[in-house]
Design a protein around this ligand. Structure first.
Ligand code: HEC
Length: 379
């Protein structure tokens, strides 16, 4: 039976099992697989491409002589997804989770790791990237509050431009607004392949909070199933490499970007690892910048503004374009200027090209930016 037939047969037998009809010669066991219905390049319920996890889950089921049946749950909030799927007894295998020992182990056991995922540097092939310092002097696109943003800010001497989504970073690279992107590798690799004709080289990095491995999770009590899936994964190594290629996962030799220097970074930046948590792309939870605000809100606001807003508003808000010159707020709006500025930051002016930051920036971060604005008003 080929894969597609196996998959369809999985659905058919599920339907048959649900109805009163007798399944003809349905001898094979069913493997209930939990995955995210909308998370390419990892998994997708509908469409032509089903993602690496689903393709792999189908191969594993085939090795086990089982019919795969899918239980879909969005993994935006991964804890919630686990609670409602594998931990609720709704599936036999969860594709997939970080392999770290300390990641949500209760009630689950994990197989061997089958894939490395990491942040990556995306640049034209002519750019040679072999150490972090190669990025000096480049305009580097990073995601807001991502590990790369925080590592580069803490090291100092790098020019970063912050975006809210991975798609925005690559669009900016495409338009030449930035020279390189430093973003989540699987997202970069997949979009490079499917939307940008493979025009960039995507080089993975390695380092604390920069990379991790993924594994299949099964309910803790299913030791026998765990062993069978583990064995299947070992046999499927070549197919996994082929799937990683198919979906554009960066597979080159990773460039080490250590955190050692960061710990000794500028004194006003404290790095605090956040609790493990999931994101749609399974990125490792980043370090968060803390304690800057307490020391000097205006300085923290200036730093945040210059890394997040200055590509549209110029460094320190001194844009030559009147509508973007943030030194004129007080002159323009009088006593109401802080209120007006806060509302504009939170709600944006989407029609005029000012993005919405409420939900991306926290209230105290917006207040820091306002404290910084007070120091730059013309009158
Ligand atoms: C993608 C470009 C872009 C980014 C990024 C951006 N802005 Fe803006 N912003 C604009 C534009 C364009 C306007 C002018 C809108 C208009 O014409 O009314 C604007 C207007 C504003 C205004 C109102 C100015 C006025 O005179 O009324 C404030 C305040 C502001 N931005 C703050 C920020 C802050 C803070 C950030 C970062 C967190 C930020 N902006 C990021 C494009 C941007």
């Amino acid at each position: 039976m080929n894969l597609k037939t196996a998959w369809i047969w999985g659905l058919v037998s599920a339907v048959l099992a649900a109805g009163a009809l007798a399944a003809p010669a349905a001898s094979a066991e069913t493997l209930r697989i939990c995955s995210d219905p909308d998370n390419l390049p990892y998994s997708k319920a509908e469409g032509a491409e089903h993602g690496l996890y689903v393709d792999l889950a189908n191969l594993v089921a085939q090795k086990l002589g089982a019919q795969p049946r899918y239980v879909w749950w969005l993994s935006m909030n991964q804890r919630k997804a686990l609670r409602n799927t594998i931990l609720a007894g709704k599936c036999d295998a969860y594709f997939a989770l970080p392999a770290d020992k300390d990641y949500g182990t209760r009630g689950m056991k994990r197989t061997q790791a089958f894939l490395d995922v990491a942040y990556a540097v995306v640049a034209p092939p002519s750019f040679s990237f072999s150490r972090l310092a190669d990025l000096k002097g480049k305009r580097i696109g990073v995601g807001f509050a991502s590990t790369p943003q925080i590592v580069l800010a803490a090291q100092g001497g790098y020019t970063t431009v912050t975006y809210r989504t991975d798609a925005e970073i690559l669009a900016a690279l495409d338009k030449g607004e930035i020279d390189v992107a430093f973003m989540w590798g699987p997202a970069a690799g997949y979009d490079n392949l499917t939307r940008y004709h493979g025009r960039w080289r995507v080089t993975p990095v390695a380092g604390e909070h920069m990379d991790h491995q993924v594994a299949v999770a099964v309910p803790a009590k299913d030791a026998a199933l765990l062993a069978r899936i583990d064995a299947a994964l070992t046999e499927l190594r070549p197919q996994i490499t082929a799937l990683a290629d198919k979906y554009g996962f960066p597979q080159g030799q990773p460039v080490a970007v250590g955190m050692a220097q960061v710990q000794a970074g500028p004194a006003d930046v404290a790095l605090v690892p956040t609790a493990a948590g999931g994101t749609p792309y399974g990125q490792p939870s980043p370090y968060r910048m803390m304690a800057v605000a307490a020391a000097d809100p205006a300085a923290a606001g200036r730093e945040l503004f210059n890394s997040t807003c200055s590509h549209c508003h110029s460094p320190n808000g001194a844009s030559p374009i009147r509508a973007r010159d943030l030194r004129r707020l007080k002159g323009k709006y009088g006593d109401d200027w802080l209120k007006e500025a806060k509302q504009t930051i939170e709600e944006g002016r989407p029609d005029a090209g000012m993005p919405t930051w409420g939900g991306t920036l926290k209230e105290d971060q917006i207040n820091d930016i306002l404290a910084f604005f007070k120091t730059i008003q013309n009158n």
